[in-house]
Design a protein around this ligand. Structure first.
Ligand code: 1HE
Length: 260
């Protein structure tokens, strides 16, 4: 397949990889070529960045699956395509670095599924969330039935899919689907600020947060607590943890502050 890097932009800015869906004329709809370009960008970020920001060029984050490409797709190609999205989005969720996503305009269908694979979601006031799969005669295929259902609850997800309603960012924040709502045009700036903060963490802590948390969620309480103890002791015996703990005790680092 011909992979066009121009469909997804990539820049490394002070250890932060900026990965942009770049198909604004089609509202950043995700075609097979977009998903492959995204894969390359995500892989590259894992090798050279400490955190990444996902964003979309133009007034919309992403209009979801490219419906023009999907119409009359053979059954086997549709299944394989969905599984490909799963692998690539899994590489975002359980790779080695934190991903923050900046959202504006449409965050729809597969676009919402992509956003759900990131670790932190920032929406500006223009953002709206939709799952119009029911209306289109299809179903989510980019991991949404697992990730979105866990974020906002299967009940709310089912409502969105059945009725085709769109949801405003403040409502989505109350539902737990986004963590920050900022004024129009400021999502990318906020996302970069948060990615820079996450990039300062000890790499082993970030690895545990990204890889242990989602697995522990899928375990029984007993197994989860056991794995938590292992991760907790593994991280705390690293030289980096010793230095960071000493830095606090010796008052060399700032204290925590109440939110402003
Ligand atoms: C597209 C797509 C797309 C736009 N696939 N081409 N997603 C949807 O059902 C969302 C469908 N899109 C929309 O409802 C609207 O386009 C938006 C609300 C996102 C934006 O509206 P607007 O007025 O800014 O743009 P537009 O004029 O509707 O679209 C501009 C162009 O983008 C137009 O093409 P043109 O050749 O006429 O200029 C649109 O056809 C094209 N376009 N969205 C293909 N999605 C892994 S399973 C996931 C399942 C899903 O994602 S279902 C949800 C699909």
């Amino acid at each position: 397949m011909d992979i066009s890097p121009s469909l997804v932009t990539y820049a490394l800015q002070e250890d932060i990889a900026l990965i942009g869906l770049n198909r604004p004329a089609k509202r950043n709809a995700i075609s097979d070529r977009v998903v492959e370009a995204l894969h390359l960008a995500v892989e590259r970020a894992q090798t050279e960045a400490k955190a990444a920001v996902l964003h979309g060029t133009g007034t919309h984050f992403c209009a979801g699956l490219d419906l023009a490409e999907h119409v009359e797709k053979p059954l086997i190609a549709a299944v394989q395509g969905s599984r490909r999205w799963h692998r690539i989005f899994d590489g975002i969720e359980r790779g080695g670095i934190p991903f923050v996503v900046a959202l504006q305009g449409a965050v729809v269908g597969g676009g919402f599924e992509l956003a759900a694979a990131a670790h932190v979601r920032v929406a500006d006031e223009t953002a709206f969330f939709g799952l119009p799969e029911g209306t289109r005669g299809i179903f989510v295929g980019g991991g949404g039935s697992v990730r979105i259902a866990r974020l906002i609850g299967a009940q709310r997800m089912g409502d969105m899919m059945l009725t085709g309603r769109t949801v405003a960012p403040v409502q989505m924040e109350q539902w737990g689907g986004v963590s920050y709502v900022v004024p129009a045009g400021q999502a990318l700036e906020k996302a970069i600020e948060l990615a820079k903060a996450a990039a300062q963490n000890a790499p082993m802590s970030n690895y545990a947060i990204l890889n242990a948390l989602p697995r522990i969620r899928d375990m029984s309480s007993e197994d989860g607590l056991f794995v938590e103890s292992l991760m907790s002791s593994l991280t705390s015996v690293t030289p980096e943890a010793t230095e960071r703990l000493r830095a606090f005790l010796e008052k060399r680092v700032a204290k925590l502050e109440a939110p402003k």
